[in-house]
Design a protein around this ligand. Structure first.
Ligand code: ARG
Ligand code: ZN
Ligand code: CA
Length: 247
């Protein structure tokens, strides 16, 4: 499709102690970050890479729940689980979490204590999407206000995870110089970059450490490329895996 794509989001807050029960304002700050980063309205956007793109994708907290009733797009569930060690348990009420809303209609984001990880996501082609599709972000790296982990306090973990959910691979292709991210305008790289590593060279070219799909600190990331935009938006073309979100 041409033009702006708007994705309805439900944020499932799962908390054991009150510090994990993030405020509505902190949740909204994450939605704001997504809207800035996927529209290239982020204040830290620079002109270093000419292929930086406005992906023309926006996010809004759902206003209708699966039954058609009014909602604020946030669910809150108290749990006995102090930490979630499995990638699945937060996604079911039978295991101390909460079931997803239909993946055909919503981006499900679970926010909980995932025991030291920042976040993880499901790619579009993964199995059993009705059970598992969506993004999980640790409560200490969600949004850009509140109690957040140093270096991961600008909401870019969820930007990165939503990139995966929209079919983006890590920029280094998860391998050496011969592994690809299936995007032609991102330079090959032999590994992830941590921290802030501008100008780092691998595989004979400068790494795009500023890309949201590297492992740089939040403050050092600021772009998706045109190629990544096209790969994400292909999911919304006829026959694409995420077209049902458009209606
Ligand atoms: N390690 C995580 C993943 O592979 C997320 C990395 C997010 N990085 C960040 N600067 N917030 O999905
Ligand atoms: Zn990743
Ligand atoms: Ca590439």
């Amino acid at each position: 499709p041409s033009g702006i794509i708007t994705i309805p989001v439900v944020v499932h807050v799962i908390y054991n102690h009150s510090g994990e029960n993030l405020s509505d304002a902190q949740i909204q700050s994450q939605i704001d970050v997504l809207n800035e980063d996927f529209r290239r309205l982020n204040a830290d956007a620079d002109n270093l890479w000419g292929q930086a793109a406005d992906a023309e994708i926006e996010f809004c907290l759902a206003s209708r729940d699966p039954y058609g009733d009014a909602t604020c797009g946030i669910t809150r569930t108290q749990t006995d689980s102090i930490k979630f060690y499995s990638k699945f348990t937060m996604k079911s009420s039978a295991t101390g979490g909460i079931d997803p809303w239909p993946y055909q209609d919503y981006l499900n984001i679970w926010v909980c204590d995932i025991s030291g990880l920042l976040g993880f996501a499901r790619f579009p082609e993964y199995s059993d999407p009705e059970l598992y599709d969506g993004v999980v972000t640790d409560y200490l790296s969600f949004g850009r206000i509140g109690n957040l982990k140093e270096d991961f306090n600008l909401g870019r973990t969820t930007t990165h995870e939503v990139g995966h959910w929209l079919n983006l691979r890590h920029i280094w292709g998860d391998g050496d110089c011969f592994y690809d991210d299936f995007v032609s305008d991102t330079p090959v790289s032999d590994d992830h970059n941590y921290g802030c590593n501008p100008g780092h060279i691998s595989c004979g070219s400068v790494d795009m450490v500023q890309n949201y799909m590297d492992y740089s600190d939040d403050v050092c990331m600021n772009l998706f490329t045109i190629g990544q935009k096209n790969r994400m938006r292909a999911l919304f073309e006829p026959g694409g895996f995420r077209t049902s979100l458009l209606t």
